[in-house]
Design a protein around this ligand. Structure first.
Ligand code: TPP
Length: 579
C-alpha cells in the first residue's frame, strides 16, 4: 500500500467522522506539517473551514464561535510554537467550559528530540487544561486503523461536549510527503450508517430523598436568595423565574447569567445587587439565611465580601455535572443536578417554602431605586456608554463584553430588558487577551454582535480584526479609550504620589486607533455625546461591516464619577432599609 493511500484514507476517515459527530466549523492556520488535515477539511463538502493566520487569534475565534453556536469547533495548526499560541484560548475554554477539538500536526517520532526543525514536545503540552489528550498513530489504511481513526474522531467530539464541556487535543504525527490524493475511490465511505461511537446520556437529577434533605433545611430560612453567575443555558430563564415566583425569593443576576435579557418574568431579578452590596453599611443590614447559587462565581467583588461576612448562613452551589467553584472557601453543600431540573423539582416539592415578604420587598425596592437613580445627567461617561448600549439593544443581539471595567460597568449599568439575546464574555480566566477574536467568532455565523472593551484589551488583540475583514463579518465595537488601564485607578496604589503608578499600572498607549481600524477596512468614529453614540450605534447596526465607535474618557474622572454614584445610592438604599 502506498504512503499516499495510507495518508489519504486515514485522514479522510478521521475528518469525515468529526463531521458526522457534529463538527460544522474548523479554523485552520496555515503550515506545512498540517497539510493532510487542512487539505482534507477543505475537500470535505459538509464542513465550513475558516483560515486564520495567527494561531492565538484562531483559537479565540474558535472559542467565541463555539460559545455562540453551543457546539464544538475544531482547530488545525502545524507543529512547533504554532501549537503554543493556542494555549491562552485553551485555558479560557477549559475554565469557561467551552468545547474545542484541537488538532495539532507533529513530526513523526523519528524526528522528535533530535534537532529537527519546528519540532517541539507536543505530548500533553496543554497539561490538565484539556479533558483528553491522545497521540494519534501514523496514517495507515488497514481496516482496523480506519476504524481507529473514526473512533478517535467520534470520541474527541463527544468528550469535548459531554459533561462539563471543554477542549481536547489530538496530536498527529505526519510523515512526508504530505499531500493526499483525493482522486482515490470512496475515501469518505464509512462502514457504519451512524456516528461511529453513538452515545446516550441524560441530565443529572436528584433522588427525591436528597431533594427533600436540601429543601427541609430551607424551611426556617425566611431570608433566602437565589444567585445566578455566568452561564449560557437560556432554558434556565423560565425555570428560575418560576422558582423565584413560587418562593417569592430575590434572584441576584450576574450580567453573564443570561437572566437580564429574554422574555421571562423579571419581577424578582435583582440586577443592581453589586451596587447594593458595595456599601458595607448596607451589607450589615442584609443577613441572608441561605443562598443557592447557579452558574460560575459572579463577577461582583462585593458579592464575595457578602458571602465572607455571613459565615453562618447555609450555602448551596448547583453544578450540572461536577466541579467545586466556590472561591470564598465557605462551607458549601454541592447540588449535582441539571439546574433546570433542580428548579422544576423544587417548584413541585416545596409547598411550604416562602420568604419573609419584607426581605424580598426591600431587595426589589432597592433595585428599582437603582434603576431610576443611576445614570442621571447627560455626560458621556463609561457608565452612560453601557446605558446607551442597553437602550439600543435589539432582539437577538449579542453583547460581548471585555474584561476589566467593561464587564463591571455592564454589571452595574445594564438593566434587565425583555428583548431576546445573549451577553457573553471570557470570564473563565478573566484575560484581556483574545477578546476581539472571540467576539468576531461569536459574530461569524451572522449574529449581530456589539463588542464593548477597553483600549488595552483592544490593543492586545488587534490581529483579531483581520478575520472580520477577510470574511466580511459584521461587528460593532464600542471602544472605551481612557488611554490605559482604568481599573487600576480604583486600587490603593493609585494614591501613590510617585510616578510608579502611571508607568506600572496606568500604562497609557497614546495611540490613534483610526489608522489600524482603516487598515482592516473598518469604519472609525470618535463619539462625543450620548445622542451621537445612540445614533451611531443604530447606523452601525444598519450598515454592517466592521464599525468602531470610540468613546474617550479620563481615568481619574471615571473613578470619581463612580464613587459619587455609589455614595448617592448608599444613602437611598439605607433609607429603604430604614437606617
Ligand atoms: N494580561 C492579561 C492577558 N490579562 C489580564 N487580565 C491582565 C494582563 C491584567 N489586567 C487586568 S485589567 C487590565 C490588565 C492589564 C487593564 C485593562 O485595560 P483596558 O482594557 O483599557 O480596560 P480598563 O481597565 O480601562 O477598563
Amino acid at each position: 500500500m502506498s504512503h499516499q493511500e495510507n495518508l489519504t484514507y486515514y485522514v479522510a476517515q478521521f475528518v469525515d467522522e468529526l463531521v458526522r459527530s457534529g463538527i460544522k466549523d474548523v479554523v485552520i492556520s496555515p503550515g506545512s506539517r498540517s497539510t493532510p488535515l487542512s487539505l482534507t477539511f477543505a475537500e470535505h463538502t459538509s464542513i465550513r473551514h475558516w483560515v486564520n493566520l495567527d494561531e492565538r487569534s484562531a483559537a479565540f475565534f474558535a472559542l467565541g464561535m463555539a460559545k455562540e453556536q453551543k457546539r464544538p469547533v475544531a482547530l488545525v495548526c502545524t507543529s512547533g510554537t504554532a501549537t503554543a499560541n493556542y494555549y491562552p484560548a485553551i485555558i479560557e475554554a477549559f475554565y469557561s467550559r467551552v468545547p474545542l477539538v484541537v488538532l495539532t500536526a507533529d513530526r513523526p517520532h523519528e524526528l522528535r528530540d533530535v534537532g529537527a526543525p519546528q519540532a517541539i514536545d507536543q505530548i500533553k503540552m496543554y497539561g490538565d487544561y484539556v479533558k483528553w489528550f491522545h497521540e494519534m498513530a501514523l496514517p495507515d489504511k488497514s481496516e482496523a486503523m480506519l476504524n481507529y481513526a473514526r473512533s478517535m474522531a467520534s470520541r474527541a467530539v463527544s468528550t469535548a461536549h459531554q459533561g462539563n464541556p471543554g477542549p481536547v487535543q489530538l496530536n498527529f504525527p505526519l510523515r512526508e510527503p504530505l499531500v493526499p490524493d483525493f482522486s482515490l475511490p470512496n475515501i469518505w465511505e464509512s462502514s457504519t450508517k451512524d456516528v461511529y461511537l453513538p452515545y446516550f446520556s441524560g441530565k443529572r437529577t436528584l433522588y427525591e430523598n436528597k431533594l427533600k434533605m436540601i429543601l427541609s433545611q430551607l424551611k426556617d430560612g425566611k431570608q433566602g436568595l437565589l444567585v445566578c453567575g455566568p452561564q449560557t443555558d437560556i432554558r434556565f430563564r423560565e425555570s428560575i423565574a418560576q422558582l423565584a415566583d413560587k418562593w417569592n425569593i430575590p434572584v441576584l443576576a450576574d450580567p453573564l447569567s443570561q437572566l437580564r435579557t429574554g422574555r421571562h418574568s423579571k419581577e424578582l431579578i435583582i440586577e443592581g445587587y453589586d451596587t447594593i452590596l458595595k456599601s458595607e453599611k448596607v451589607r450589615k443590614q442584609l443577613k441572608p439565611d441561605f443562598i443557592i447559587r447557579f452558574g460560575a462565581m459572579p463577577v461582583s467583588k462585593p458579592y464575595r465580601f457578602f458571602i465572607e461576612e455571613n459565615p453562618h448562613m447555609l450555602h448551596f452551589v448547583v453544578e450540572a455535572y461536577e466541579g467545586f467553584r466556590e472561591p470564598t472557601l465557605k462551607n458549601t453543600q454541592y447540588i449535582y443536578s441539571d439546574p433546570v431540573e433542580f428548579c422544576t423539582q423544587s417548584v413541585q416539592q416545596s409547598s411550604s417554602i416562602e420568604m419573609d415578604p419584607d426581605w424580598t420587598d426591600k431587595w426589589v425596592k432597592m433595585n428599582d431605586m437603582i434603576k431610576h437613580k443611576w445614570i442621571e445627567g447627560d455626560e458621556l461617561t463609561e457608565g452612560h456608554t453601557v446605558s446607551i448600549i442597553n437602550q439600543v439593544y435589539q432582539d437577538n443581539h449579542l453583547l460581548f463584553v471585555g474584561n476589566s471595567m467593561p464587564i463591571r460597568d455592564v454589571d452595574t449599568f445594564f438593566t434587565t430588558i425583555d428583548r431576546e439575546g445573549l451577553i457573553l464574555g471570557n470570564r473563565g480566566a478573566n484575560g484581556i487577551d483574545g477578546t476581539v477574536s472571540s467576539a468576531v467568532g461569536a459574530a461569524a455565523h451572522g449574529k449581530k454582535v456589539t463588542l464593548l472593551l477597553g483600549d488595552l484589551t483592544f490593543f492586545h488583540d488587534l490581529n483579531g480584526l483581520h478575520i472580520a475583514k477577510q470574511y466580511g463579518i459584521d461587528l460593532t465595537i464600542v471602544l472605551i479609550n481612557n488611554n490605559g488601564g482604568g481599573i487600576f485607578s480604583f486600587l490603593p496604589q493609585a494614591k501613590e504620589s510617585s510616578n510608579h503608578f502611571e508607568v506600572l499600572f496606568g500604562t497609557p498607549l497614546d495611540l490613534e486607533f483610526n489608522h489600524v481600524i482603516t487598515m482592516y477596512g473598518g469604519h472609525h468614529e470618535k463619539v462625543e455625546s450620548l445622542e451621537q453614540l445612540k445614533e451611531s450605534l443604530n447606523h452601525a447596526y444598519q450598515d454592517g461591516g466592521l464599525q468602531v465607535l470610540e468613546v474617550q474618557t479620563d481615568r481619574r474622572e471615571n473613578v470619581e464619577w463612580h464613587r459619587k454614584q455609589w455614595d448617592h445610592i448608599e444613602k437611598h438604599a439605607l433609607d429603604i432599609l430604614g437606617e
